[in-house]
Design a protein around this ligand. Sequence first.
Ligand code: NDP
Length: 292
Amino acid sequence: PKSVSFLGLGAMGHHMAKHLVGQFETVMVWNRSFDKAEAHAKEFGTQAVNLQQAVTADVIFSCLPTSNVVDEVIEQALPHLSANSVWVDCTSGVPDQAKASQAKLKAIGCEFLDAPVSGQTSGADSGTLTVMIGGSAEALAYAKPAIECFAGLIVHVGDSGAGFAVKAVNNTLFAINAWAAAEGLSVLKAHGVNPSDALACINKASGQSFATLATFPDRIVNRAFPKTFTIDLMAKDCGIAIDLQTEKQVPAPVMAQVSSLVRAASNQHEPGSADFSEFAKFYEMMSGLDIT
Ligand code: NDP
């Protein structure tokens, strides 16, 4: 590809797009609030353009809150897409909506890959994200040099929708681990064990998880709750996983229960206003105990 573009310069997209600079002849960015695109251009040397122009690129990235937003943007983009372009959607989205987008783009000679990412804003900043791809191998081969700019690992997990499915399950597993750690640390605290001492042991033992290694020390124990991944987005991801288990009648009671708890925690806040780690405050409210 000679030209690439990035749609959606939010907490993730802002960082992901900067890694494209210098790797392609043209690197365009678009954001709904256009001042963010202009600021990006100024800071990193990208070109801030309108949506119609952005979607003329050979490879188009999007990283937007939900598949519904992506669908709206695709509708506006359709008349302006170049033939043979590949749309790489890094949103954590809905598998069925990926399949529909792939069909829509295929009908005009383009391709759509679902390419959600894991690694948080820090991984986006360092360009070391894990990217889970669903869609055609040919489209992936074409877009790969662009995806590699912000990836530490790229795995083609299946046909259209498979990437979104892996991402939804991944985030639900993370939520389960985080919720379980809140319970475990509370039990220990009730027995007089300091949470940091407990984490020091657990993080060198078999009970460790990303939640105990990173989320608790970096966000919860220090009461910082920095807003980098909002809890409404986490609740959305868990909801996608629940729809997947329901569709295939797979019993998954732990996923279902924790997803519902994350939804309840998310409902305490306006969308976009609280980090996912604030689930711990909801658990504290339920239990009547302080975790830390
Ligand atoms: P943010 O809320 O920080 O950014 C959202 C972006 O989408 C902004 O550019 C925003 O534009 C744009 N947007 C919102 N609504 C619309 C709309 N109706 N039309 C057009 N553009 C819109 O989200 P994140 O960057 O945190 O997340 C993006 C995706 O990545 C989500 O699916 C999330 O689940 C996933 N993700 C997030 C991670 C994280 O750590 N934050 C990690 C891995 C995946 P504007 O500036 O105008 O508001």
